[in-house]
Design a protein around this ligand. Structure first.
Ligand SMILES: Cc1cc2nc3c(=O)[nH]c(=O)nc-3n(C[C@H](O)[C@H](O)[C@H](O)COP(=O)(O)OP(=O)(O)OC[C@H]3O[C@@H](n4cnc5c(N)ncnc54)[C@H](O)[C@@H]3O)c2cc1C
Length: 423
């Protein structure tokens, strides 16, 4: 990044002033690039901190909320949303998983997790992208946060005391000056690439198909993760007796499945899904996603912090990606609020490294866990098949072990952000 002369101070502009025309300069404390779930969670967490915040999102709010995806939403993410005041907005439209069943292909023994194992009223929650996004967008709209949609960062210049972003917004370009830029701009993160932060990781041999279904019989708030040798197959129960399928298979097989006529695709789906919920009705077009493991070698740089998929991506097994990002956002908010209260420079490396030390290590653990699950279960190597089936039996019988596994899967380990309450 090029260097910028020492910071000048500009009065913050109102949203109305932003509409006024070109050559505007907006000065904020924190500029969040990417108004997806993770960027908006951070904006929400900072809304009452006294810091001035801008969110820059490339799409319109409607486009950003329209993604057809549902997430396994962890207990820790739910606690963070509760403490941010978002829960009343999302709770009516989400499901509480009352059972999560893990099994190995057609091996009849399954491990069943129940709320008693977690000591809560649910094992997990099922939340749709649009539900989470609308709650966040509504909250951000009522706070004094500059939300710039259909806006793209075209140039970044980092100086000693601030970073300058040149933003394209229709025919209304804007210069934004911030003490800290947060990249929440997804897995391809243009900001991460521009900052020259390298990543570690690989693409898996598998792709992932997602599709929305309505079973004939009630899903009974039960989630399934069934590990077939070709890849894990997950069923997430959603509101309105719908289910989201997350189906992983080797690339060629996944592509071939997607190319099948609908009746044959449904027959293949039934083979993995089973017949326990009767006939299945397809509610949307199946979609294909590449699957990768990625960890940024650094989460921070002078005046820059990475959160969410901009910092890391993992295999969808176990539904961890979004949940890791929500914890990143909560952790960074806590670090920034403390720094602000102590009068520290928000963009200084000494401040940002507190966030990096906290989150990078914990995310390594989850990335390793999802990688271990994928490799251990996506194969037919006989000794490993025996070993994992033994593991399933042991987990099935020993509740304390199920509790430990659940703590890891639901993000209830490591350091929980204090400002948002303890578990
Ligand atoms: C098939 C599948 C299933 C999954 N299931 C789960 C699950 O069950 N549970 C779970 O926890 N995770 C799950 N994940 C992972 C989860 O989807 C991601 O971790 C999460 O969406 C990342 O959110 P994000 O806000 O970091 O990035 P994104 O959702 O990619 O948002 C980035 C935002 O930045 C904007 N943007 C990009 N570039 C710019 C720019 N230059 N300027 C301005 N704005 C920009 C984009 O428009 C977008 O709105 C799944 C992933 C896949 C692929």
């Amino acid at each position: 990044m090029a260097s910028l002369p020492p910071q000048q101070t500009y009065p913050p502009l109102s949203a109305a002033a932003l509409e006024a025309g070109p050559d505007q300069v907006l000065a904020v404390d924190v500029a969040i690039v990417g108004g997806g779930i993770i960027g908006l969670t951070l904006a929400t967490a900072l809304r009452s901190s006294g810091l001035t915040i801008a969110v820059i999102e490339a799409q319109t709010p409607e486009q950003a909320a329209a993604r057809q995806r549902a997430y396994a939403f962890s207990l820790t993410s739910a606690r963070i949303f509760q403490n941010l005041g978002l829960w009343p907005l999302v709770a009516p439209a989400i499901t509480s998983f009352q059972r999560v069943k893990l099994s190995d292909g057609d091996y009849p023994q399954a491990v069943e997790f129940s709320p008693e194992d977690a000591g809560t009223d649910a094992v997990y929650y099922g939340a749709e992208h649009s539900v989470l996004m609308q709650a966040l967008q509504q909250t951000v709209a009522t706070a004094s946060i500059h939300y710039l949609s259909s806006a793209r960062v075209v140039r970044v210049e980092t100086g000693a005391a601030a970073t300058c972003l040149q933003i394209e917004r229709g025919n209304c370009p804007l210069t934004l000056q911030a003490k800290l830029i947060v990249a929440a701009d997804g897995a391809m993160s243009p900001l991460r690439q521009q900052a020259g932060i390298s990543t570690f990781g690989w693409r898996y041999w598998q792709s992932c198909i997602t599709v929305l279904l309505e079973p004939e019989q009630s899903h009974q708030d039960t989630a399934y993760e069934r590990f077939w040798p070709s890849g894990p197959f997950a069923i997430l129960p959603l509101s309105g007796n719908r289910c989201q399928i997350v189906w992983t298979a080797p690339h060629a097989e996944a592509q071939a499945l997607l190319n099948l006529p609908q009746d044959q695709f449904m027959a293949e789906l039934h083979r993995r899904y089973g017949s326990h919920m009767g006939q299945l009705k397809l509610l949307n077009q199946p979609r294909l996603f590449p699957v990768q493991l990625m960890q940024s070698r650094r989460y921070v740089q002078n005046r820059l912090a990475l959160i969410g998929d901009a910092a890391h991506c993992c295999h969808p097994v176990g539904g961890q990606g979004l949940n890791m990002g929500i914890r990143d956002a909560a952790a960074l908010a806590e670090v920034l609020i403390q720094a602000h209260q102590q009068g520290d420079d928000l963009g200084a490396l000494t401040v940002l490294r507190r966030y990096e030390r906290w989150r990078q290590r914990e995310n390594w653990l989850i990335l390793s866990f999802t990688d271990f699950l994928t490799r251990c279960f996506s194969n037919r190597f006989f000794p490993l098949v025996l070993l994992r089936r033994l593991g399933i039996n042991v987990l099935h019988q020993v509740r304390p072990l199920r509790r430990v596994a659940l703590r890891l899967m639901t993000g209830r380990f490591g350091r929980i952000p204090q400002i948002f309450g303890r578990h």
